[in-house]
Design a protein around this ligand. Structure first.
Ligand SMILES: [Zn+2]
Length: 423
């Protein structure tokens, strides 16, 4: 159980002068002499780099992977019914590669996510491989990581990052193509010029918060080898024998999720959803939990949530100001998750009370005070940032930027689509 938190001296919390991130960002962040964070500094490269040169470099990198006889796939591309999947596949097509699309079934699927995935297959006409892990094992692991780490999303993060590598190894396809690198995009862990590639280490340390599959069974014996073997990363010798490498398109293309999504809506009818806890309507539209309950847990543990990520991103792209971003964060971050009931039913919890108990024990005492039983006061990161600027026009502005298109669908309170063909 790692849910105890060290006491943080709030006077030592430092915020970026440009975006809304602090030095407590879990991926690690640094500040320059002007008080600008590493994420904002690296973001500036987007306006300085010669992206035509970068694109041509990418073409050269992928050239040797093109199958001459058309007998095999040129690359593996992990996709979902949300995030940047459409844009990634769009670029892969532009590069003239023949991909094998792979998708890990997260089981928390929305209808929009299922439809997006089906439409992706139809629009691009590529083969797609689904991995459906036995739901009982997934639940067992989700329950375990929720109890121990306050994170029920582990199987999805692990599955999404390992399945493509397993397939690359099995089918002997040495190239895997990802979208943007989160460490680069959020906190500027690397420069675009480092052209960082996929590593086992980053996956374990950051994607899986230090919890590799094998360590789940060594903590206790509830989980057995047969529950976790599907989440194990191929060995170095397997990876080396195929020569597997994973490249990130964000190193070669100026990454801008909002404009990319708008283009995908127009070109391929990508569908968006309005969620309750953020203003972004494009991001994880395939999942009932990522921007809902999972995001609320992020707020419980880290004192900030996805809306801070979205606002910081928009500030960096200069579409909103820092004060407007802060307004949006405060507007959304305390909104309650809407789909708790679905999760209770899926995980087989006894009811709201037991879920609330599990949620409350993830609350970091640096950011939450319990006034009374089940009565918590939030004093998270946004409450430490001062603002007194006029943000009158932000609602209108954000409404225009993230405009509901014809394709918008409200998530209805039905059920997770465990398996679905879509459309
Ligand atoms: Zn910043």
């Amino acid at each position: 159980m790692k849910l105890q938190n060290e006491i943080i001296d709030k006077k030592k919390i430092k915020f970026c002068k440009r975006c809304l991130y602090s030095n407590l960002h879990p991926l690690g962040i640094t500040f320059n002499n002007e008080g600008i964070c590493s994420g904002c500094e690296i973001h500036e490269e987007k306006d300085k780099l010669d992206w035509d040169f970068k694109w041509n470099k990418l073409k050269k990198i992928i050239h040797p992977y093109k199958s001459k006889l058309n007998k095999n796939y040129d690359c593996v591309v992990p996709v979902t019914g949300g995030q940047d999947s459409y844009y990634i596949v769009h670029l892969v097509k532009k590069l003239g590669l023949k991909p094998l699309l792979v998708t890990y079934n997260k089981y928390f699927n929305t209808k929009t996510g299922i439809d997006n995935l089906a439409n992706l297959r139809i629009q691009f006409d590529y083969d797609i491989l689904y991995q459906n892990i036995n739901p009982n094992s997934v639940k067992k692991i989700a329950r375990h990581t929720f109890m121990e780490e306050g994170n029920f999303y582990w199987p999805i993060l692990a599955g999404h990052t390992v399945f493509p590598v397993q397939i690359a190894s099995k089918y002997k396809i040495p190239l895997i193509i990802w979208g943007a690198h989160q460490g680069l995009e959020q906190v500027g862990m690397f420069s675009h010029n480092h052209e960082i590639e996929m590593t086992r280490r980053y996956r374990e340390d950051h994607d899986l918060f230090g919890l590799e599959a094998q360590s789940l069974i060594s903590i206790n014996n509830i989980l057995k080898e047969e529950d976790i073997f599907q989440y194990q990363y191929p060995s170095d010798s397997e990876i080396n024998s195929v020569g597997i490498r994973g490249i990130y398109l964000g190193n070669y293309v100026r990454w801008d999720p909002l404009n990319q999504h708008k283009e995908m809506v127009k070109k391929y009818k990508y569908k968006s959803i309005k969620f309750n806890r953020t203003f972004d309507i494009y991001d994880y539209v395939d999942c009932y939990n990522y921007m809902d309950l999972h995001d609320y847990l992020k707020l419980c543990k880290h004192g900030y949530s996805k809306v801070t990520d979205h606002a910081s991103r928009e500030i960096r792209h200069k579409r909103i100001t820092r004060d407007e971003g802060l307004y949006l964060v405060k507007k959304y971050e305390l909104n309650k998750p809407v789909y708790k009931e679905l999760f209770i039913e899926w995980l087989g919890l006894s009811g709201q009370k037991s879920l609330n108990y599990l949620i409350n024990r993830t609350k970091n005492k640096n950011f939450w005070t319990e006034n009374n039983i089940d009565n918590w006061k939030f004093k998270g990161l946004s409450s430490l940032i001062k603002t007194n600027k006029n943000v009158n026009n932000i609602e209108k502005k954000i409404g225009k930027l993230f405009k509901s298109t014809k394709s918008i669908q409200r998530v209805n309170k039905s059920k997770y689509i465990i398996f679905g063909k879509g459309l």
